[in-house]
Design a binder for this molecule. Structure first.
Ligand SMILES: N[C@@H](CCC(=O)N[C@@H](CS)C(=O)NCC(=O)O)C(=O)O
Length: 221
């Protein structure tokens, strides 16, 4: 059986969960409290990060490497365009969300508000929360601009870029940190992606001590 070592609100883990579910690859989810640096976990991934996917007798780390592996091994349904320009744009946007958005927004809001409490490492730093709340506006505006020109974030078809973005936004939506009223096109994009069967397990996540808001799992918000 395939196994994904993960934490439920990790955007990197969610991106892999979405890819697996879209491709209908069954996987057993195993929660990994990576901050406890358990010896077995360090053996699975010396980088001490989640996600880690155990598949085909291998332990795999790094969410984008995993998603591209899945894409090459299970090409249908496709989450990458075939042409080099299209593939470039998907990779650029995956990096945008997993690097820039993660550093400017996810780490400033989710990690401050949730991770610190779960890991017992103190209280949210209000300057970070303020910076994250400011930065997400710019990112939503950038997504609005992209989606004004394109059906999906990287072009005409849904790709890993949409899953990367939806993974971050869904984790932030779990703690009500996304102002969906800022852009109707971004809200419509999220409503469409959220309605996919691949999203169901993510919408069912429950973190002890952090109940999600009612709209989180509501397909019509
Ligand atoms: N580049 C990695 C990032 C993974 C990552 O940073 N995961 C976080 C959880 S959201 C983690 O395990 N952090 C532990 C650490 O940085 O020590 C990927 O895409 O898989």
């Amino acid at each position: 059986m395939n196994r994904l070592f993960h934490v439920p609100l990790s955007p990197f883990c969610r991106k892999v969960r979405l890819s697996l579910a879209e491709k209908r690859i069954e996987v057993e989810l195993v929660e990994e409290r990576y901050w406890e640096k358990d010896a077995d976990f360090l053996r699975r991934n010396p980088a001490a990060k989640v996600p880690v996917l155990k598949m085909d007798g291998k332990m795999m780390a790094e969410s984008s490497a995993i998603c591209e592996y899945l894409e090459e091994k299970y090409p249908e349904p496709s989450l990458m365009p075939r042409d080099p320009d299209g593939r470039y744009e998907v990779r650029r946007l995956v990096a945008w969300f997993d690097d820039k958005f993660h550093n400017e927004v996810t780490s400033k809001l989710l990690y401050e508000r949730v991770n610190k409490k779960v890991m017992g490492t103190g209280y949210p730093d209000s300057a970070n929360v303020k910076a994250g709340a400011k930065a997400i506006k710019y990112h939503l505006d950038y997504m609005h601009w992209l989606l004004d020109h394109r059906r999906w974030l990287a072009g005409d078809v849904m790709t890993l870029a949409d899953f990367a973005a939806a993974a971050h936004l869904s984790s932030l939506d779990y703690i009500s940190d996304v102002d969906w009223n800022r852009s109707e096109v971004v809200k419509d994009w999220y409503a469409t992606i959220k309605s996919r069967p691949a999203f169901r397990a993510i919408l069912a996540d429950q973190i002890p001590g952090f109940p999600p808001p009612a709209h989180y799992a509501d397909l019509d918000f």
